[in-house]
Design a protein around this ligand. Structure first.
Ligand SMILES: [Zn+2]
Length: 204
């Protein structure tokens, strides 16, 4: 559960996290932010993606309580422009990791959901479940603010239902990230459900 969402609020968030991680590693350990008595240990591993990039995966664990947190930092970004597509069909697929950069457009066509690129759009590392969670929150707010006789309400309720089913792996869908600058990632649990299509960076 703890590795689901790590949002990076600023444009330079990725750099910031990486610096912080390096700093804590140099200090070797620090006090647990949760129980305040335990010591946090840091475990590192490197994940090489199928297209030749590598990611640093950090795991933080407390010695006395059950606090733990995962963090993923891209070590090399080849900035390949393209369209990453992941077919999500079951609960396992929901654990696939997602990194959307500032220039990445993220969409789920079956649910008509879309996050447009732009400087105000948040960078984020999460997994598919984390993406659905964000959409659910947004759609719930939209639903709450609609009048009961609003013509949109039926459609919104339909999307809510599908989203809830998607979150438990009962509504198959496609998650697509179009990134004209490159830098967005999908790390699939099941590689057979992932495709990457290069595109010309001068277009779009
Ligand atoms: Zn602790």
């Amino acid at each position: 559960m703890n590795d689901q969402i790590l949002s990076l609020p600023k444009q330079n968030g990725a750099v910031k996290v990486s610096e912080e991680a390096k700093k804590s590693e140099e200090e070797f350990s620090f006090k647990c932010p949760s129980c305040k008595t335990g010591i946090i240990h840091i475990y590192k591993s490197i994940y090489n993606t199928t297209d030749g990039d590598s990611l640093l995966i950090l795991k933080f664990e407390c010695t006395s309580c059950n606090y733990s947190k995962n963090d993923i930092i891209p070590l090399e970004t080849k900035m390949k422009s393209g369209i990453s597509t992941l077919r999500v069909e079951n609960e396992e697929d929901l654990k696939s990791k997602i990194y959307r950069s500032m220039t990445g457009k993220l969409e789920i066509p079956e649910l008509e959901l879309l996050v447009n690129p732009g400087p105000s759009a948040k960078f984020y590392y999460t997994n598919v479940e984390g993406i659905l969670e964000r959409f659910l929150t947004a759609v719930r707010i939209l639903h709450r603010d609609l009048e009961e006789d609003d013509p949109q309400i039926e459609e919104v309720e339909e999307i809510l239902k599908d989203l809830e089913n998607a979150k438990i792996g009962k509504f198959p869908f496609t998650l697509k990230i179009t990134d004209s600058q490159g830098g967005s990632y999908i790390i699939p649990i099941d590689k057979s459900k992932y495709t990457f299509e290069k595109m010309d960076p001068t277009k779009e």
